[in-house]
Every structure is written in C-alpha cells, then in structure tokens.
Ligand binder design. Structure first.
Ligand SMILES: Nc1ncnc2c1ncn2[C@@H]1O[C@H](COP(=O)(O)OP(=O)(O)OP(=O)(O)O)[C@@H](O)[C@H]1O
Length: 302
C-alpha cells in the first residue's frame, strides 16, 4: 500500500454469535459504546460486482458481498489473495475499477468524507504514525471525525480516549512516543485509536498479527464485545482457528475472489483450506465451543 493510503487512516484534522468472553472491564466498553451514539442498527456495507486494481493490474474481481451488520466477519486467505485490497475498497481508500461499494444502498463515492469517517473506521496493516507523536495524541486523533468547527475537543472525548486505552491494555503507554514502542504495543495503540473513533463499522487489517497470545485474545474479546453492543467488525486474520472461534461469518478469498462464505463450522472444511492455502489440514471440533480447530498436516519431525 502506498504511504499516502496508509496515512489516510490517521484522521488528520477535524475534517450474532454470543461473545466468547471478555477480559475487558465492562465499564470502559460501555463508555465507548455510549459514545457511538443513537443505538440504531449499523449501516449496511455492500460490494456489488466489485473489481479493484493497482494501475492496470486487477487483483480483486467480481466480488459481491454484503457485510452482515452488527456481526463480526473474518476475511481469510493466502498471502496475496486480495484481502487487504478488498478492505481498502470497502474503506474507500481504493476506487473501484468496476462495480461499487454502497453504504445503506448509497455509493460510497457520493458520501461526504466526514460522514464516511464517522461511519467507517479503518486500521490498515502497517499504519504510519506522524513522526514523534505520543500515544495519547495518536489515540485522541480517533475523535477527530466527531469534532469540527462548531464542536471542538470536549471532556467526554478524553474519557472515551481513556476508555479505549484501557480496553486495549495501553494506558501505561500514554506518554511514550509511538515510534519507540514494540510492534505489539504499537498495534494495541492503533487499535485504541480505532476504538476511540467509535465508527459504526470497523475494518481492521491483521490487528492481531504482532500480538502475544494473551493480547490476541484480549483484543478479539474487545472486538466481540463491541459487536455485542452493535458495531459491525470486519477483520483480516491469518490464524484460522482464532478466526473460526471469534467470527460470526467467515469469508475465504483466493486469487482475488471469494471462494467460500458462511458460518465458520460450515466454511472451514479440509477441502476449502486445501483450495485456499494449498495445504492439507485436519479440521477438529473445539469441545468447548463446537467451533472448528484447524491443524495443518506437516512432514513428521525426525
Ligand atoms: N500498492 C500496491 N501496488 C501494486 N500491487 C499491490 C499493491 N498492494 C498489493 N498489491 C498486489 O495485490 C495483490 C493482493 O494483495 P493484498 O495485499 O490485497 O493481499 P492479501 O491477501 O492482503 O495478502 P497478505 O496476506 O500477504 O497481507 C498481490 O498480488 C499484491 O502484490
């Protein structure tokens, strides 16, 4: 992705499955949720005959996909299969080569940027923070879409920022420079910024890729809790077992197209894993949740 596209995720100026569990203080999440507003159901994001390209090279083609509102959708697929590109298309960071993306039936290209920024939050794979910025300031930028000429920074913005930091276990990092954090700490801070934005729809590209197992579960629990409170979440994730455990809907991509979609238990068969990733896998059932557990087969160890 171009640096410009990545920076686009940093606001620059005031311009149904049950939760798996939650390690997050509910007060912080309740606060974040209260900030999201009116309690109406989230808008419907849909791709219609969508094709996306870099220059003349089409990398996503013929995608028809409605993101189920108020649910968690996981986008999985091999490296280069087009997941990030599709997410960029949904976030309006990449204009369609063909087809369109709609929000409640309206082409997103026709919706004012500020409205899009309030409705759709996006966290790219490798976002770039402004040089030298500290954590508190970066996360506070999540509030920019809610501010403006007639509505500057308010005290409830600070409370929401604090709640987002608490929810991502990043409160102890507030005074640190973002460029001096570890990869996992930085990822949690970016997720805090996305949560502080309180969009109706949150798109996250591999939000757990740099996290240790405890923080992976913690972040996914936070996202599940947001979904339970009405947010629509779409995330790209490589860990199929975690995807199956947390997602309501799984979308499997291969070579720029969707090859399977549905409930994790229906979608994640050995055949689909073979088709998408070219590996043999055994699909077991988690005795606790009934969700699939994916065990790739490998050569026996010597
Ligand atoms: N900025 C870009 N310019 C040109 N081609 C790109 C660009 N970004 C991605 N591509 C190409 O588009 C195709 C799809 O890439 P994309 O990043 O969407 O895949 P992905 O499924 O997200 O992969 P990964 O799992 O590795 O993140 C790849 O062939 C990739 O090389």
């Amino acid at each position: 992705m171009s640096p410009a596209a990545r920076r686009a995720s940093v606001p620059t100026a005031p311009p149904a499955a049950p939760p798996v569990g939650s390690a997050v203080p509910s007060s912080a999440l309740d606060l974040l949720h209260a900030a999201a507003g009116d309690g109406s159901s989230p808008p419907v994001l849909r791709a219609e005959g969508l094709a996306l390209a870099y220059g003349a090279r089409t990398v996503v083609a013929g995608v028809d996909l409605e993101i189920a509102p108020g649910r968690l959708t996981a986008l999985v697929g091999a490296n280069g299969s087009g997941k990030s590109t599709l997410l960029r298309g949904f976030a309006r960071l990449l204009p369609p080569q063909a087809g369109r993306v709609t929000l409640d039936g309206v082409d997103v290209a026709r919706i004012p940027s500020r409205r899009i920024a309030r409705a759709i939050g996006v966290l790219p794979q490798s976002p770039i923070a402004p040089e030298g910025i500290r954590v508190a300031e970066l996360v506070a930028r999540g509030r920019y879409p809610h501010q403006g000429i007639f509505r500057g920074r308010r005290s409830d913005d600070d409370v929401i920022v604090a709640a987002a930091l608490e929810a991502t276990d990043a409160m102890q990092l507030v005074d640190r420079r973002v460029d001096e954090l570890s990869g996992g700490q930085r990822q949690r801070v970016w997720i805090a910024m996305a949560l502080a934005q309180q969009p109706r729809i949150l798109l996250l590209d591999e939000p757990t890729s740099a996290l240790d197992i405890a923080h992976q579960v913690e972040v996914l629990d936070v996202l599940r809790a947001e979904v339970a409170r009405g947010m629509t979440v779409v995330l790209v994730i490589h860990d199929l077992t975690l995807a199956a455990r947390y997602a309501d809907d799984l979308v499997v991509m291969a070579e720029g197209a969707i090859i399977a979609r549905g409930a994790p238990g229906e979608v994640l068969t050995g055949e689909v894993v073979q088709r998408a990733f070219g590996v043999e896998a055994r699909v077991l059932e988690d005795p606790d949740t009934g969700r699939p557990v994916i065990l790739p087969r490998s050569q026996p160890l010597p």
